[in-house]
Design a binder for this molecule. Structure first.
Ligand code: GTP
Ligand code: MN
Ligand code: MN
Ligand code: MN
Ligand code: MN
Ligand code: MN
Length: 214
């Protein structure tokens, strides 16, 4: 693995052993920078292509660097002092998604997990918020009006949470994208924490990868 682990990785390449899980930190960690990203999702009965059930819509973004990631960003840097991690996250959610803060502000109750990447000297905090299907569609539609749309954010995407009959298309193919930072780890933790996918379903999707590459 030559890529630095804060760079990007597909699920198959991710250097799982180089990232430490941390407890919740406060906003001031001195010389260690922090970022906060968040997963917005809606449980749904709606069917995907080929009438497959999918359990949930999960929002990610196509970033300016061509990688997939969650909306969010660096918090508590010198230029923009955020009082708390959640203040910083909410500022980024407004910039990148134009998220309506009167209804969808993130708070500590949405916190999921933090990871520390020693090489990048960066703590990556992760949050998740469940919304209704109607709210999810509104959030998606509104995102095109975000200040960063067309700049940091080049598109809003949903994760295909299903595998087609061929055992390959759908989630296994999606997992071959390049994911920013530790976002592939956050996808997995987020889906499992919120019961959107069972660990063995995810294992199956990931196990398919190397055999089908190329
Ligand atoms: P700038 O304002 O340009 O600094 O962008 P930003 O504040 O929005 O920061 P960004 O979202 O790019 O996140 C900062 C760093 O975290 C990036 O350099 C990536 O390595 C990493 N990163 C980006 N997206 C994600 C994500 O969804 N999850 C995780 N864990 N890391 C991410
Ligand atoms: Mn940003
Ligand atoms: Mn960002
Ligand atoms: Mn930023
Ligand atoms: Mn920015
Ligand atoms: Mn920028």
């Amino acid at each position: 693995m030559s890529r630095p682990h804060n760079g990007s990785a597909t699920a198959a390449e991710f250097p799982w052993d180089q990232v430490q899980q941390l407890d919740y930190q406060d906003a001031n960690t001195g010389s260690i920078a922090q970022a906060c990203h968040a997963m917005i999702f809606a449980k749904t009965e709606a069917k995907f292509v080929s009438q497959l059930p999918c359990k949930a819509w999960v929002l990610m973004q196509m970033r300016f660097d061509g990688k997939l990631g969650f909306p969010g960003g660096v918090v508590s840097d010198q230029a923009i002092p955020d009082t708390t991690l959640e203040d910083g996250l909410n500022r980024e959610m407004e910039e990148e998604l134009a998220l309506d803060m009167s209804r969808f502000a993130f708070s500590k109750k949405h916190y999921v997990v933090s990871h520390f990447c020693p090489k990048a000297n960066l703590i990556l905090n992760f949050y998740a918020q469940e919304v209704t299907e109607q709210e999810f569609k509104e959030i998606e539609g509104n995102a095109l009006r975000a200040e960063e749309y067309g700049h940091e954010c080049l598109g809003i995407v949903r994760i295909p949470l299903f595998t087609l009959q061929d055992g390959h298309n759908g989630l296994p193919v999606f997992l071959q994208n390049q994911f920013a930072g530790t976002s592939i780890l956050q996808v997995i933790v987020g889906l499992c924490t919120h019961n959107l996918m069972k660990p063995d379903e995810l294992n199956t999707a990931m196990a398919v990868l190397p055999r089908h590459q190329g």
